[in-house]
Design a protein around this ligand. Structure first.
Ligand SMILES: C[S@@+](CC[C@H](N)C(=O)[O-])C[C@H]1O[C@@H](n2cnc3c(N)ncnc32)[C@H](O)[C@@H]1O
Length: 233
């Protein structure tokens, strides 16, 4: 069962990614020109996607992979290109529509099934690998760990995810950001201290069969995110 804070945040993210920011997000995830600041974010996100993909087997034929919070589907496509049977889920129907539009022309060796919904929906089935790139960064640490435990129950091999590291600069940016009126602001990114996360992961019974196998920070201008791998022991 998900917590009230998880459900509230998911609803805010649905509004944000499905309406408020949908055009900006469509542009950021395309090849269209963007501002210098956004170009650093795009470059960082490309580097993060490449990093996460490098943590998966080169040949994904016959493996089931969940792209949890897939957005416009770039990682899902890359995994399907490597032969995976991909289920890609997002709470934003508009982003899923865009992902479907962008990928209909591809002849992919693997399968690619885009779904609208919650990444924690058990009906999505079981997977060899789960990847949640920048889709848990808006949740509070206890909700992140509970979400990972729920996903781990359906994961055979590895669970890759990212968190926003707690750095002094990021903390200042978030504190300042909170002073602005709500308006169209993005739901806050929740900085996560790596030590606190490791302690919570170690204490979560649902994650007992898994251990943190890798962690890698990706920084590019205004993009800052920490990739982590939970691997079955
Ligand atoms: C920052 S975007 C990243 C999208 C994609 N992973 C990428 O890297 O391009 C976060 C995405 O997670 C989705 N999301 C957030 N919470 C979710 C949930 N509980 N279930 C499914 N999708 C979720 C949002 O709708 C949004 O599209």
């Amino acid at each position: 069962m998900t917590s009230p804070t998880y459900a509230t945040r998911r609803a805010q993210l649905e509004t944000y990614f499905d309406r408020t920011a949908v055009e900006a997000w469509a542009r950021l995830t395309s090849d269209a020109p963007v501002s210098r600041i956004r170009a650093t974010v795009r470059a960082g996100r490309d580097a993060m996607r490449a990093e996460l993909l490098s943590w998966l087997p080169a040949d994904l034929s016959g493996r089931r992979l969940l792209d949890a919070g897939c957005g416009t589907g770039a990682l899902a496509v890359a995994a399907a290109r490597r032969g995976a049977e991909v289920v890609a889920v997002d709470v934003s129907p508009t982003l899923i529509g865009l992902a479907r539009e962008r990928t209909t022309a591809f002849g992919l060796p693997g399968r690619l099934d885009f779904r609208v919904g919650d990444m924690l929906d058990e009906g999505l089935g079981a997977f060899d690998h789960v990847v949640a790139m920048d889709s848990l960064i808006h949740y509070r640490t206890p909700d992140i760990v509970r979400a990972l435990a729920a996903l781990a129950r359906r994961t055979e091999t590895s669970l890759l995810f990212t968190v926003a590291p707690r750095t002094p600069l990021l903390t200042v940016m978030h504190t300042v950001g909170r002073l602005f009126p709500r308006g169209d602001r993005a739901p806050a990114i929740e900085p996560v201290g790596e030590d606190a996360l490791r302690r919570r992961v170690a204490a979560e019974p649902g994650l007992a069969p898994f251990g943190i196998a890798r962690s890698r920070r990706v920084t590019s201008g205004f993009y800052l995110s920490n990739a982590m791998e939970l691997a079955r022991r």
